[in-house]
Design a binder for this molecule. Structure first.
Ligand code: SF4
Length: 491
């Protein structure tokens, strides 16, 4: 087979334009269309001045800089230095910027100044999907994933560790100050670098000690990122954040399907239990209405969460962590409540009467008991209870009724069938964000900054979903322009 002629010195009479070499269905074009559809109010919401300053040297247009960041997040490029290189070398970036090449400092300053406001873009992706009727809100699923903090785990200390570190630093400072004072030459205008470093560390450690002494403070703190917490991850106990996402299926007949993130949050607590109601509220605000059914894993289960869902009128399919205990013949649920006498009847027909109020892990409880003598005489003694002195006790919390109702519903085939969708709906989203968008750890530090980073990652994920549908041949007249333009209106 003959070789094709090839020359690197080829001169073009009519050189191809960038517009010709970027395919019509390229994701960069979708990003540009999405950014170009932003109205003045949207730019103002993000705190970006679209008109620029009449004085001084011309600055890069915010549309170019925002497009670069959004397209970078979509393709797993989140570092300003890598984006600078991409703007010089990669055709989609050159097309997005109109062949301009902002350096990493310009890119970073733009991102640092506006990253919190960029959350507006996330809401806009959700509203674009709603305007295109891609999400019907029949079902949604919530979950959390641990995303590593951008710190070394070795810099995490408890109170005792901080005291030991402080002692070492203060001894080092004393030695350096003694050497500094014993020097023969004239006093230097600045402290030696080693001494300045130790003093900085001393101030950092003292601030960390104060933080750990505050009420409800964590048991450990990381000196590099004091907001990060030690959390159980697949790689062991690491400083991390708990990143939450609510996900709804996206379906367009004949044009493909996918998933859309409808709400995001990042918290510094490892547990998910308190996150269900805020996530429901965020999703409702973004989509403009509640979903018919929400799926959540056992980590979100609590009486308070179920009561909040009941107040909001939202159905939730969510198993309990202690599901095996429910099978026991003398589980609390086998005791029936009699409102007239405010007492419970046990499986053996004995009455447990209200004894007193108490608090268990801060939750107010009502304690019901039957006498020890009655239980000792019962054939179930040793199985139902081993407390022969006080007899069986039942601790009833404020959400007992809603817990029992939910347990009964979760036992139905309908609830179990619905719950099976959860894993396939939400977990692939975290897989894509971590593997394809390369976000196994945050690049920024501090809770406020990682919140902005997570929101932009969710924006990038949603744009990938929307782009796949945008480029697919439509089965009916396309309304993308109108959807992207009207997405700025309140839902
Ligand atoms: S052990 Fe006590 S509470 Fe349990 S079934 Fe027997 S009588 Fe009822």
């Amino acid at each position: 087979m003959p070789h094709r002629p090839m020359s690197r010195e080829q001169q073009w009479l009519l050189p191809p334009s960038l517009d010709e070499v970027v395919p019509a269905d390229h994701p960069a074009r979708f990003v540009a269309e999405f950014i170009d559809a932003l109205d003045r109010d949207s730019w103002a919401d993000m705190g970006i001045d679209l008109d620029g300053d009449p004085l001084g040297a011309p600055a890069y247009h915010p549309r170019a800089l925002l497009s670069v960041w959004v397209y970078g997040f979509m393709t797993g490029v989140r570092s300003s230095r890598k984006l600078e290189a991409a703007c010089r070398e990669q055709l989609p970036y050159l097309w997005l910027t109109g062949c301009q090449t902002p350096d990493h400092i310009t890119l970073w300053r733009f991102y640092a100044a506006h990253r919190a406001g960029m959350r507006h873009l996330f809401t806009r992706t959700v509203r674009t999907a709603m305007a295109m009727q891609l999400v019907d809100l029949a079902v949604q699923a919530v979950d959390g994933t641990k995303v590593g903090a951008n710190v070394a785990g070795a810099r995490t200390y408890d109170a005792a560790g901080l005291r030991r570190l402080l002692g070492r630093v203060e001894r080092a400072i004393d030695e350096l100050e003694a050497q500094h004072a014993a020097g023969d030459g004239p006093a230097a205008a600045r402290l030696p670098a080693a001494l300045a470093d130790r003093r900085r560390l001393q101030a950092q450690v003292r601030a960390a000690v104060d933080t750990l002494q505050a009420p409800a403070a964590p048991k450990q703190i990381n000196l590099t990122d004091p907001d990060a917490r030690l959390m159980k991850t697949r790689r062991g106990l690491r400083p991390a954040y708990n990143a939450q996402a609510m996900v709804a299926p996206v379906e367009r007949r004949g044009d493909g399907s996918g998933r859309l993130i409808t709400a995001v949050a990042v918290v510094d607590a490892p547990g998910d239990a308190a996150q269900l109601e805020p996530m429901l509220a965020h999703a409702e605000a973004a989509t403009g209405g509640p979903a018919d059914l929400t799926l959540a894993d056992a980590g979100y289960h609590s009486g308070a969460a179920l009561a909040a869902c009941a107040r909001r009128g939202q159905r939730v399919a969510m198993p309990e962590a202690q599901a095996r205990a429910l099978q026991q013949p003398y589980h609390k649920d086998r005791f029936t409540y009699d409102a007239a006498s405010d007492s419970y009847r046990c499986p053996a027909g004995q009455r447990l009467r209200f004894t007193r109020r108490k608090r268990t892990r801060g939750v107010p409880m009502r304690l019901y008991r039957v006498s020890g003598a009655v239980c000792r005489a019962c054939p179930a003694f040793g199985i139902c209870t081993t407390d022969g002195r006080h007899g069986r006790g039942l601790e009833i919390g404020p959400h007992e009724a809603v817990l029992r109702r939910h347990r009964a519903w979760m036992a139905t085939r309908e609830a179990q069938h619905a719950y099976q969708q959860r894993q396939h709906l939400v977990e692939p989203v975290f897989g894509i964000i971590k593997a394809q968008l390369r976000a196994r750890r945050f690049l920024l530090r501090g809770l406020a900054n990682v919140k902005a980073e997570w929101a932009l990652l969710a924006t990038a994920f949603n744009l990938r979903t929307l782009w796949r549908l945008w480029r697919a041949p439509p089965t009916k007249p396309d309304r993308w322009d109108a959807a992207m333009t009207t997405a700025g209106a309140p839902a």
